[in-house]
Design a protein around this ligand. Structure first.
Ligand SMILES: [Fe+2]
Ligand SMILES: [Fe+2]
Length: 185
């Protein structure tokens, strides 16, 4: 498997999470009740998988390699990378924001509902176009620019990150969370 396939596979799992978040957003808008574990699982997935497992590979390995590979990186790619890193930070901030308001939501405070609705809406608004930019522009740049040797090294670094940051069966664990969430809706 090439490094781009690893990133695209991770995108597929996060895309499934986006679909769940869209449903949560719609239900919140319709003032329907959402069980507490749904919010906890969403926050856990966004922080533990989307951020720690996926974004770390992009920031610490892919983007670094692209920048090191070519100090004269096309301005467009370099600018996109800066935007993507900023959006990773925003996505994590939003998940933390969501975490903060779950208890208020379950106490029945309308403020809690509004804050969570804003968090999930903002998350989708940032992260769906983010994925599109990566898939349409940054990942193809990687395929074009890097040598086979660099790709092999990147793949090994990705595997190492999974082991260090996620531990055994990390992808299986988070796939199970997504499957559980899908069953809720
Ligand atoms: Fe990203
Ligand atoms: Fe990504």
């Amino acid at each position: 498997m090439y490094p781009i396939d690893i990133l695209l596979n991770e995108h597929k799992l996060v895309d499934r999470d986006f679909a769940i978040i869209e449903k949560v957003r719609d239900k919140l808008q319709d003032e329907e009740e959402i069980p507490a574990p749904v919010f906890w699982k969403l926050v856990e997935f966004i922080r533990g998988y989307a951020d720690v497992i996926h974004h770390s590979k992009e920031e610490d390995i892919l983007f670094e390699t692209l920048r090191e590979h070519d100090t004269d990186l096309p301005t467009e790619v370099d600018r996109n990378i800066a935007v993507l890193i900023e959006e990773h930070i925003e996505a994590l901030d939003i998940a933390n924001e969501m975490h903060k308001h779950i208890r208020a939501y379950h106490r029945g405070a309308s403020e809690g509902r509004k804050k969570i609705l804003k968090a999930v809406t903002d998350y989708l608004k940032i992260m769906q176009p983010h994925f599109k930019m990566e898939e349409d522009e940054v990942f193809p740049a990687m395929v074009k620019m890097l040598s086979d040797e660099e790709k092999r090294k990147m793949k090994a670094d990705f595997d190492r990150f999974d082991k260090i940051l996620g531990g055994k069966d990390v992808h299986k664990r988070y796939t199970t969370i997504v499957e559980e969430l899908e069953k809720e809706f």
